[in-house]
Design a protein around this ligand. Structure first.
Ligand code: 6PG
Length: 269
């Protein structure tokens, strides 16, 4: 079953962050109400900073029972957790510390380890233990937040890398073509098991990638369907097999979408 793609176009990055925060709180309340906890995967990069600031701010911090929120990461760079390039460090500064999240509620990817494959397997084991789900079954996060690189990567799923072909592991080591090379990343098939996946894309620099990714996505459970364009724009592999896919973009990032693409189903809560 392919999932409908929901596209929400906001005026600017500030409105995008506000709308994403409102959706996060709404989804978190639903998850806690129906399942007693909210398991969310955070995105790295800089776009989520504004979202985190609102979640940790006066409008949202009192709206959610943060003791029931469990935090995971979609990817991490091969640096210590206090390094300025660390996704954990960004979340610690903008979200965990302000909200006083207990360390036991946070599963950090230890991408600084020398043996990255072992670190990937350890993270996968921790995720599986948290959900009580063992192979071949796959844990289902309530929400996975993703960013989009100008080259069409998401998490640390970079163009033309072996990680794109992974079908059984949830977490793999990989290399970035730029910046911090060593990475850990959730695989596309792990991401596609989520109940809700949200992309956050802001700014003119993302317009080409947004259009290239949204114009077509391949069902990742069909390895034969991993086409050349999917290797080139890995975010095209994100296609929840039984969940919602929502793009929060601002006008600048949506600028290259065709009218037809902009006509994609948009969803009102
Ligand atoms: C990372 C992210 C990566 C990021 C995009 C967008 O570790 O860098 O997981 O996938 O989301 O590169 O980054 P910006 O939000 O900084 O544009």
């Amino acid at each position: 079953m392919s999932c409908a793609l929901e596209l929400r176009i906001m005026e600017d990055s500030a409105e995008l962050a506000r709308e994403a925060a409102e959706f996060f709180v709404w989804l978190g309340k639903e998850a806690i109400r129906t399942g007693g906890r909210f398991c969310v995967v955070l995105s790295g990069g800089s776009t989520p900073r504004a979202l985190h600031a609102i979640l940790a701010g006066p409008d949202c911090s009192e709206q959610l029972d943060w003791r029931q929120v469990w935090f995971f990461f979609g990817d991490e760079r091969g640096v210590p957790p206090d390094h300025p390039e660390s996704n954990f460090a960004m979340a610690e500064e903008t979200l965990f510390r302000p909200l006083k999240i207990a360390p036991g509620q946070i599963a950090r990817m230890k991408a600084e380890r020398a043996d990255l494959d072992e670190a990937a397997r350890a993270y996968e084991a921790a995720v599986r233990t948290h959900f009580g789900v063992h192979p071949p079954a796959c844990p289902r996060f309530d929400l996975i937040l993703l960013g989009l690189g100008a080259d069409g990567h998401t998490a640390s799923l970079f163009p033309d890398t072996a990680a794109l072909e992974e079908r059984t592991r949830l977490v793999v080591p990989t290399q970035s073509p730029k910046g911090i090379k060593n990475r850990l990343t959730l695989t596309a098939s792990a991401i596609n098991q989520a109940k809700t996946v949200v992309f956050l894309a802001s700014g003119a620099g993302k317009a080409e990638a947004v259009s290239a990714v949204i114009e077509g996505r391949t069902r990742p459970d069909r390895p034969d369907r991993l086409g050349q364009e999917d290797r080139r724009f890995p975010a095209r592999l994100i296609h929840p097999v039984n969940g919602r896919l929502i793009w929060f973009v601002d006008r600048a990032a949506a600028a290259r979408l065709t009218v037809a693409q902009q006509g994609i189903v948009s969803h009102e809560e």
